[in-house]
Write a protein that binds this ligand. Structure first.
Ligand code: GRF
Length: 204
């Protein structure tokens, strides 16, 4: 029997992507274990969800660790302590530090609510993305799962799915349709890791 995939999540706000993965694990659709949540926001919905689901959760932020290097070390230490194989950025609004990025190279994924490389980078998060899509009069948008490197929304794309833009769309309506697809795409991508179709480099 192959080893079960331990997932470590970083999330800042609502946590609906986290919940989608937890639900898939609980239902047996995804053979993975949500091992730990790290949040930089102790009022986040993600933290409430982790508590409700009995998943270990840690608040690590510039409040708990004002020194960026100390924060990076503690994030890495926490991921390693829970034997995390794959790190999932699920609405994490901060950059990871060099130690965590170095240790988990090729083992960190992010989900983004656009067809990257469009509508990417600093400031392109949440409703801003969908407002920009509508302002550009694009006829389609979508969701992307990609590997994470030191730049926002930048690493190699793993999977994308397209969502048509309707004439009557508001940013909120579009966001809701894209979010549904994000949840599906994220779970599908993780499933590809569990089957070995997507290979992770061996742990350092
Ligand atoms: C999602 O749109 C995700 O693509 C982006 O941040 C949002 C997080 O939503 N990176 P949630 O916290 O998972 O509900």
């Amino acid at each position: 029997m192959t080893k079960i995939l331990n997932l470590g999540f970083l999330a800042s706000h609502r946590g609906s992507n986290l919940q989608a993965v937890i639900d898939a694990c609980n239902s047996g659709r995804l053979r993975a274990n949500p091992a730990v949540l790290i949040t930089n926001n102790r009022d986040s919905g993600a933290l409430d969800r982790a508590h409700r689901e009995g998943i270990p959760a840690h608040h690590l932020s510039t409040r708990t660790h004002p020194d960026p290097d100390a924060l990076d070390r503690e994030i890495l230490r926490t991921l390693v302590r829970y034997q995390v194989h794959l790190v999932v950025l699920a609405g994490y609004m901060k950059k990871l530090g060099p130690k965590t990025l170095g240790h988990y190279t090729g083992r960190i994924i992010n989900v983004h609510p656009s067809l990257l490389p469009k509508f990417a980078g600093q400031g392109m998060f949440g409703m801003h993305v969908h407002e920009a899509v509508l302002a550009a009069h694009d006829q389609e948008t979508g969701a992307t799962v990609h590997w994470v490197d030191a730049e926002y929304d930048h690493g190699a794309i793993i999977a994308q799915c397209r969502v048509p833009v309707n004439d009557s769309d508001t940013p909120a309506a579009l966001a809701a349709r894209v979010l549904e697809q994000e949840h599906r795409l994220l779970v599908e991508t993780l499933a590809r890791v569990t089957t070995g179709e997507l290979r992770l480099p061996s742990a350092r």
